[in-house]
Write a new protein. Sequence first.
Lengths: 122, 108
Amino acid sequence: QVHLVQSEAEVEKPGASVRVSCKASGFTFTTYGFSWVRQAPGQGLEWMGWISAYNGNLNLVQKFQGRLTLTTDTSTSTAYMELRSLRSDDTAVYYCARDMGAINGAASLDFWGQGTLVTVSS
Amino acid sequence: DIQMTQSPSTLSASVGDRVTITCRANQSISSWLAWYQQKPGKAPNLLIYTASTLQSGVPSRFSGSGSGTEFTLTISSLQPDDFATYYCQQYDPYSPITFGPGTKVDIK
């Protein structure tokens, strides 16, 4: 059974960094990609980027480049998202999702983590 | 980036109704389109991918159609569990993923 379990909620000050983890189980980690999607309170879904757990290929949304790092640890089947220089408008629920795009780029997202609320407040 | 629109933004319907949601892209995306259902406080759930392929475990009352720039999600007979917000998502290989703004289906 596929499971993606994310780390707990975080509260950060403006300018700080946050790292969210996403531990996968129930499937072969390296045969998929992982996308990260965020949702601000009461708003829609915003895709942030994708990483291949197979070969480490990355595709990041331009607006996050320079602030966003996506990594995977194949030894623990865990994907990570780090966002730096946090601002108040980064307050959102952050989701990891298993991406059917494994090698060349993002595709549809067939399993999702439970979400991690990141609150940015002074 | 490819812009996605959805109509309507809100839809009021009754149990048993046939419901159709439209999603449009501002350029052709072939069949690179997925549909998700999201309930309050929960993660989205994949319903349809490649425009018309039903995800495993999703009830057959859900169906998708379209290609190019115009797509539809149809629920053939709305059930109580279907009241939720629905998002389309394009995944054209040459463009960043983008989602539509969502369609909220509520009880009439």
